[in-house]
Design a protein around this ligand. Structure first.
Ligand SMILES: CC(C)(COP(=O)(O)OP(=O)(O)OC[C@H]1O[C@@H](n2cnc3c(N)ncnc32)[C@H](O)[C@@H]1OP(=O)(O)O)[C@@H](O)C(=O)NCCC(=O)NCCS
Length: 179
């Protein structure tokens, strides 16, 4: 069960701690209405794609209300490989949605990704939501993905200006995404 709605209004974004895991699972399950994404996060934790510095929680009054994870991806182009990040998933507990928590998590995550030296982030999701953060259709920019995703849902954003230049190819997700 997700914790009861806390009374405070101050949103804090910080790295996830081991003791947050149960709350992260609950928030992710409640946000998506099934435990698929929550189990995916737990599966990703065991892979080299998981980046602890980019596994962030939003707390309100000290209680976990939202979660975002950026994982390591690889762009394959013939013999060339380029590193990238993938945003997956973003979840805000239903009682806390539409209060800016998702926005705060995305902005903090993008800034943390840049600080950690990453250049490019991919996401598959709703363009109406991610467009506001500067994500753009990825296929039109020479990227492909191994899943059947509509053109406007497969998006990319530079963390470093010019990072997309000269790079294109197949965005490879960890094998766990195929299960
Ligand atoms: C999508 C989600 C992360 C947004 O977080 P949030 O804290 O509710 O969002 P914010 O308060 O930062 O932003 C609110 C805005 O996002 C819009 N929004 C919320 N959920 C949306 C969705 N699923 N698709 C498109 N827009 C959405 C709201 O209409 C609102 O728009 P406005 O600013 O023009 O009024 C959250 O609603 C959620 O966890 N949803 C279920 C899980 C999910 O779908 N995650 C992946 C998204 S692709």
């Amino acid at each position: 069960m997700i914790p009861p709605r806390p009374s405070g209004t101050d949103i804090t974004i910080r790295m996830e701690r081991p003791e947050d895991r149960e709350a992260v699972f609950a928030v992710t399950r409640e946000a998506f209405g099934s435990d698929f994404e929550a189990k995916l996060v737990d599966g990703l934790r065991k892979t080299s794609a998981f980046i602890p510095e980019l596994s962030l929680v939003a707390t309100v009054g000290g209680v976990v209300a939202g979660y975002i994870l950026f994982i390591r991806l690889v762009i394959l182009n013939g013999p060339a490989e380029y590193p990238a990040l993938g945003l997956a998933p973003l979840a805000v507990a239903p009682p806390w949605q539409s209060r800016g928590i998702g926005t705060a998590l995305v902005l903090a995550g993008l800034a943390a990704g840049e600080r950690c030296g990453h250049h490019l982030v991919f996401v598959t999701g709703r363009p109406q939501y991610y467009g506001r953060f500067g994500f753009l259709p990825a296929r039109a920019r020479g990227f492909e993905i191994a899943f059947p995703v509509p053109d406007d849902s497969f998006m990319v954003r530079e963390l470093v200006p010019g990072a997309m230049r000269g790079i294109g190819g197949l965005v490879k997700h960890p094998i766990i995404f195929n299960s």
